[in-house]
Ligand binder design. Structure first.
Ligand code: DQA
Length: 149
């Protein structure tokens, strides 16, 4: 089983970016943790981060037939990107949207997620734990389906 971890704009700055909101873990810390967690379950993770919307769209398109699930933090594109919503809709694997912060307790413009409309679910407000929970959910759901790429 193969999972794609996808992170959008400014998430490469984790660790130093507004730590009072996003915490002190870096993106590498999060990815390393998920890599180890997946390996313990005979799964593999690929990671891609981009500050560019089109690059994220392309990566979602390329996941077709390759990945069994996507863990996606689209950053600010969550709230604006019809292109990412469409890419997720055209994709054949389940996606779980993750946000480190609780987007529902912040500015009103963060409360709406366009991308979540194409996702199985959304986890927010739990920091890096949200990524771990998303991985656990995908592994469990995939296990109950019994197929593998
Ligand atoms: C975020 C929340 C978004 O509103 C924000 O633009 C981000 C990070 C989060 O993980 O909490 O870049 O996706």
């Amino acid at each position: 089983m193969k999972i794609l971890i996808l992170n959008g704009p400014n998430l490469n700055m984790l660790g130093s970016r507004e730590p009072e909101i996003y915490g002190t873990s870096t993106l590498s810390d999060i990815v390393n943790e998920l890599t180890a967690l997946a390996a313990g379950c005979n799964a593999q993770v690929d990671h891609f981060q981009s500050n560019e919307e089109g690059a994220l769209v392309t990566r979602i398109q390329q996941s077709r037939g390759v990945h069994d699930g996507i863990i996606f933090n689209p950053g600010a594109y969550t709230h604006t990107s019809i292109a990412l919503l469409d890419a997720l809709r055209a994709c054949d694997c389940p996606c779980i949207e993750v946000h480190l912060s609780n987007i529902h307790s912040r500015e009103p413009f963060r409360r709406r997620s366009l991308t979540a409309q194409a996702c199985l679910g959304q986890i927010c407000g739990l920091g890096p734990m949200g990524y771990r929970l998303a991985l656990t959910a995908l592994l469990e759901m995939h296990g109950s389906k019994g197929t593998s790429r």
